[in-house]
Structures are given as structure tokens and as C-alpha cells.
Design a protein around this ligand. Structure first.
Ligand code: AMP
Ligand code: MN
Ligand code: MN
Ligand code: MN
Length: 280
């Protein structure tokens, strides 16, 4: 009788190099203690945490996969592309991410201006105090507003402040989907469409996005995430098969307190090929 060994892995997580709470070291400790055997660190638009993560993963004997979650513009919307198994010394990838880091800095100044206009005092300085490395994200502004007692939780800050024409809403033109996938591929990586259920678009638009993603050289769709409905998973498996794409599994763990997202509890995928299955 064949013995089924459960493989526990997570291909979408964040550290304090972007908007996560934990250092890469603490993230790996947490992953290990929750039984995760293979982990990808996928910080927003930065690969700066990978070296620490890689070194520490060796020490505690956990399989590590270099990752990144890159913001991209697709038809005037922001979507997220996870790059897995990338080479973080690749020049094209590094240069692309550098551009996005500059866009983020410019956006942060505009967000702060908007919040100041809405009556928040010294929003930039207060938010900068919450940044552990160098990237200032919308999540940091949101955390600042929670600390100031302006909002009670992340969900309400995003709804009241951080989107569209609201005081902290700033539209950014990230590099487009095709360019972002090209950076990932030029560094030897695999492009995965992150959290497809979260884009708030019609079924027709979603299929158009996935078709464009495939056309641009994308390889997989994140199918199992921390929050989903069984119906959505079923639909996504069908779409993945239709477009000959693989599937991926990622919690999008950020280490936030009061979050239901934990590591090590995601369901396995069935009905579609798992991306990077040879690395598990
Ligand atoms: P940024 O990449 O700086 O634009 O920030 C986007 C991040 O904000 C996402 O990766 C999430 O971590 C967080 N985020 C976005 N929308 C929400 C929301 N409605 N509730 C909580 N967190 C959110
Ligand atoms: Mn995030
Ligand atoms: Mn994302
Ligand atoms: Mn993420």
C-alpha cells in the first residue's frame, strides 16, 4: 500500500521587509512550529528579505523558495503577481522592483498629504515610525490610523480612507502585467496570479485577466488561499485547466494580531497540477 505523506507548504507570505509584522527569521520559526516544510517569502515589490530567510532556513532545515509579490497594472486596475523561484541577483528584476519602490515612496507622500487634508496630524512622521525596514505601505498608514483611534480595524480603514477618491486613496501606475511577468521570467522564476477571488471583477473580466496572464507567460493561479468559498475554488480549478495553468497554495500570512490567517492549515489542491511540485 502506498503511504500518503502530507506535504505542508505555503507559497505566499510576508515579512517586515514589506507589510508583514515578523522578521524573516521569526516568520520561518513560526512556519516551522506550525509544521510547514516548504516556505516562500513573497514580500511586496522587494526581495530584500530573501537573504536572511534563505540563510536561516538552512539553519533550521526548512525548504525555502525565493519569492516576491509584485504589484502590476492591468486595464487600470492593480493586481498582484507572485514570482516564485526567482534569482534575486537578476538585474532586470532588481531594476523593475527599484522602480516600484520609487513609485511607493511617491505614493506615500501623496497619501500623507491626503490624510493631513482630512485632519490627521503629521501622518507621514507617525507612519514612518511603524516602518521596520525601508518600505512604507498602505498597511502602515492603516495601522497608524488604528493606533490614533481614527478607525477600529484594517478593514474599516481601507474602506474609509485608503482607496479611490478617499483621503488616502492614490492611483498608481505600476508596470503592466506583461512587463512584470517578463521580470519574473528573466530571473528564471515562475509567475503566479495572486488571490484571484479578491479583485472584485465580473466573471468575464476575470477570464480576460487570466487569458492575458497566460498570454504574457504566466504559469499558475493561486487557488487555495486563506479565505475562499468551495464554489470559487471549483470554478478556479476549471479555469486553470481551461487555460492550461497550474495551481498554487498561499496563506498571504502577514503576522497581524487579530487575524484569522495562520500558517500550516491550507487544504491541498486536487484537480489541477501543483506549481513547483518537484520542490516539495
Ligand atoms: P500596498 O501594496 O501598499 O498598496 O498595500 C496593499 C496591502 O494592503 C495588501 O497587500 C494587504 O496586505 C492590505 N490590504 C488591502 N486591502 C485591504 C483590506 N480591505 N483590509 C485589510 N488589508 C488590506
Ligand atoms: Mn500586504
Ligand atoms: Mn496581494
Ligand atoms: Mn500578499
Amino acid at each position: 500500500m502506498a503511504l500518503l505523506i502530507k506535504k505542508v507548504f505555503d507559497f505566499h507570505t510576508h515579512s517586515y521587509y514589506s507589510d508583514g509584522v515578523l522578521s524573516p527569521t521569526k516568520l520561518l520559526d513560526y512556519a516551522k512550529s506550525n509544521g510547514v516544510q516548504t516556505l516562500a517569502l513573497t514580500d511586496h515589490d522587494t526581495i530584500s528579505g530573501l537573504e536572511e530567510a534563505r540563510n536561516y532556513a538552512k539553519k533550521i532545515k526548512i525548504n525555502f523558495i525565493n519569492g516576491v509579490e509584485i504589484s502590476a497594472t492591468w486595464r487600470n486596475r492593480t493586481i498582484h503577481i507572485v514570482g516564485l523561484d526567482i534569482d534575486d541577483t537578476n538585474q532586470q528584476l532588481q531594476q523593475g522592483l527599484k522602480q516600484h519602490q520609487v513609485l511607493r515612496e511617491e505614493r506615500a507622500i501623496k497619501i500623507a498629504r491626503g490624510l493631513a487634508g482630512a485632519g490627521v496630524e503629521n501622518p507621514y512622521e507617525k507612519t514612518l515610525k511603524l516602518v521596520k525596514k525601508s518600505m512604507i505601505t498602505r498597511t502602515h498608514f492603516a495601522q497608524m490610523l488604528i493606533n490614533e483611534g481614527v478607525c477600529k480595524d484594517m478593514k474599516s480603514v481601507f474602506k474609509r480612507f485608503m482607496v479611490r477618491k478617499l483621503p488616502g486613496g492614490v492611483n498608481v501606475q505600476w508596470s503592466n502585467l506583461t512587463e512584470v511577468i517578463a521580470w519574473i521570467k528573466s530571473s528564471g522564476g515562475i509567475a503566479v496570479l495572486a488571490h484571484p477571488y479578491r479583485y472584485n471583477i465580473t466573471h468575464t473580466k476575470l477570464k480576460q485577466l487570466i487569458s492575458d496572464f497566460k498570454e504574457a507567460g504566466g504559469s499558475a493561479i493561486e487557488i487555495i488561499t486563506a479565505f475562499y468559498q468551495q464554489q470559487e475554488v471549483q470554478m478556479m480549478i476549471e479555469i486553470a485547466n481551461e487555460f492550461d495553468l497550474q495551481g498554487s497554495i498561499g496563506s498571504d500570512y502577514h503576522g497581524w494580531e487579530n487575524s484569522f490567517v495562520k500558517m500550516g492549515y491550507l487544504k491541498p489542491l486536487s484537480g489541477v497540477k501543483q506549481v513547483l511540485s518537484d520542490r516539495l
